[in-house]
Write a new protein. Structure first.
Length: 582
């Protein structure tokens, strides 16, 4: 433990002991009241120091410790009434408990005030405490009491800061009214905080919010009855109420710590659950154990030097903020994983650490799974790029044949026709030779056009899938009944995959199936394109023995689609494929 924390705890222990002994020798508290007030205060100081040590990056520990000290510092002028320094400190801290009380409750569990309304109210509360203490420090004299809450004390020392005497009763009554308004606004902010909090924050902070509501409600009731703050030292009933309200905050925090330790027993259940948890479900198991459904798990891949999701996709690690916290699992320099979670769980650091330790073995398996998924994603992306490159090259070849070779052949044909017209019918057989050459040229041109359409059909690019499929059906030597074909356009890779699948299937039917007809149905539900092609041929087709359908299956798989072929001997062949629309 850091020396500053040890000193703080020691000062708190000495102060509580001194005030307890002073109260026993005085006549303003019974032994039971003194034990409750200062024993509870000592326990609260101990709790504050422990929270401060456990979470040095949070303001909750320092604020809680300061709040507890602020609750007993005003008692100094009661025990050390002859000491001007003690009286000065007691008067300066008269209302310091109020802003610290609100600060602790409204900033929990992150230790930072969230909204503008909370910051404004707490700032005004600190101003209120200063305004309340300043007149007492300047004008208060215990030998001249005019305030009904202050009793004459001739031997009491004046504060070191006193410049004269002035009756400040009216000012204090006015400030009590202001405090009543603060209490009402404070309750409203507590209700708002409870509503806007996440489920995890609400579960963790609910005991403290309830304690804060009890303290504010206590003052509202007190003011409604008495119209002013009660001197709880001389009103036994309100002593127990007011003291309980002051100790409610540390008691709620202590209950939260005990709950956190009890929750660690759930880690044992997590260990058993992880044995049965399938790969890819670790995040859900951790979220259930920690009670944070928003929890995200980032797995570290050292070979790639990056964090990924469980499916291998890159994970962008957010910077710690008021809405998200990041906790490493394993060595901070190279963790196995990161848990990105609700910042409220930082109040349960022991639970976080125990959960991470229990999950380390499962994380190794999860990380291997994520790495395989990442490699698979790269293979899929690479295969898709290869298919796309092939389609681009097909379009280039089709364009080159159309714009280059076909145009040249057309030019030669025109030249042959012109030569025939100039030679006339009697040219020693030359006209006949030119006619034969023109006929062969036309046949070559038709074959070239057919080849260009097979490389990449222009009708598919220009008109869409349905016209392209009907063109295939018209050109097929086996009658094809197109039962359905979508009129809408899809992504070019998807349309090409459907087209070439049907084209290759019809070519196989014509060559091998001995079929008399083919039924073709293409439908889309907006997400996928379903292709069903069925012939009444002899069946027995084996995709493994030919490269055509196997290559098309690779094309479809590259788009995250799937294709199945059923071809029992004597029962025809059925092809079913599902291809994503985009």
């Amino acid at each position: 433990m850091r020396p500053a924390l040890v000193v703080t705890w020691a000062v708190g222990a000495a102060l509580c002991t001194t005030l307890f002994v002073g109260a026993l020798h005085g006549d303003w508290l019974s032994p039971a009241q003194a034990a409750y007030a200062y024993g509870g205060t000592f326990a609260a100081i101990t709790l504050g120091v422990l929270v401060w040590r456990r979470r040095p990056d949070s303001r909750t520990g320092p604020l809680l410790t300061a709040m507890v000290f602020a609750g007993i510092l005003p008692d100094l002028d009661t025990v050390f009434y002859r000491s001007a320094l003690a009286v000065t400190i007691g008067l300066a801290a008269t209302e310091l408990l109020i802003p610290l009380y609100g600060h602790v409750v409204l900033s929990y569990p992150t230790g930072r005030l969230g909204g503008r309304a909370e910051r404004v109210l707490v700032a005004l509360a600190y101003v209120y405490a200063a305004v309340y203490a300043l007149p007492l420090l300047l004008f208060y004299s215990p030998a001249q009491p005019h305030d009904q809450r202050v009793f004459e004390c001739l031997p009491c020392a004046d504060p070191l800061t006193r410049v004269g005497w002035y009756d400040v009763t009216g000012l204090r009554d006015a400030l009590d009214k202001v405090l009543f308004v603060f209490a009402v606004l404070f309750l409203g902010l507590l209700a708002r905080k409870l509503i806007v909090s996440t489920r995890t924050q609400r579960r963790i902070s609910l005991p403290l919010l309830a304690a804060g509501a009890f303290g504010a409600g206590e003052y509202i009731v007190q003011y409604s009855i008495f119209g002013t703050q009660v001197d709880s030292w001389h009103n036994e009933t309100w002593f127990w109420i007011v003291t309980s309200a002051n100790l409610a905050i540390p008691s709620a925090l202590a209950a939260g710590l005990l709950w956190g330790r009890a929750a660690r027993s759930g880690v044992a259940d997590l260990v058993l659950e992880l044995e049965r948890t399938p790969t890819g479900s670790l995040r859900a198991a951790l979220a259930r154990t920690l009670g944070d459904p928003s929890l995200e798990l980032a797995l570290w891949l050292p070979e790639r030097g990056t964090f990924v999701h469980g499916d291998g996709t890159p994970f962008g690690v957010p910077a710690p903020s008021a809405s998200r916290a990041v906790t490493p699992i394993g060595p901070a320099s190279e963790p196995l994983a990161l848990m990105v979670h609700d910042p409220a769980l930082l109040e349960r650091r022991a639970l976080l650490d125990a959960t991470g330790a229990a999950a380390r073995l499962a994380l190794e398996n999860e990380r291997l799974h994520a790495e395989l998924q990442a490699q698979l994603a790269e293979i899929r992306a690479s295969r898709a790029r290869i298919v796309e490159a092939g389609d681009v090259e097909r379009r280039r070849l089709e364009r080159d044949l159309h714009d280059g070779a076909q145009q040249r052949l057309l030019g030669i044909g025109l030249a042959l026709q012109l030569a025939r017209s100039q030679l006339g019918p009697d040219a020693n057989g030359a006209a006949e030779l030119l006619a034969e050459a023109d006929s062969e040229l036309r046949a070559a041109l038709d074959e070239l056009r057919e080849l260009a359409r097979g490389i990449h059909p222009a009708v598919l690019t220009e008109q869409g899938l349905a016209p392209a499929l009907r063109t295939l059906a018209e050109r097929s030597p086996v009658p094809v009944h197109v039962l359905d074909a979508p009129a809408e356009r899809f992504a070019a890779p998807s349309e090409a995959a459907v087209y070439f699948l049907v084209s290759e299937a019809l070519a196989n039917v014509a060559k091998h199936a001995r079929a008399s007809s083919v039924r073709l149905r293409v439908e889309s539900d907006g997400a996928t394109i379903a292709v069903d092609l069925e012939d009444d041929g002899i069946g027995g087709a084996d995709p493994e023995r030919g490269s055509g359908l196997r290559g098309l299956a690779d094309r479809i798989h590259a788009l995250d689609g799937r294709v199945t072929i059923r071809s029992d001997p004597g029962s025809g062949t059925t092809i079913h494929a599902e291809i994503p629309c985009a």
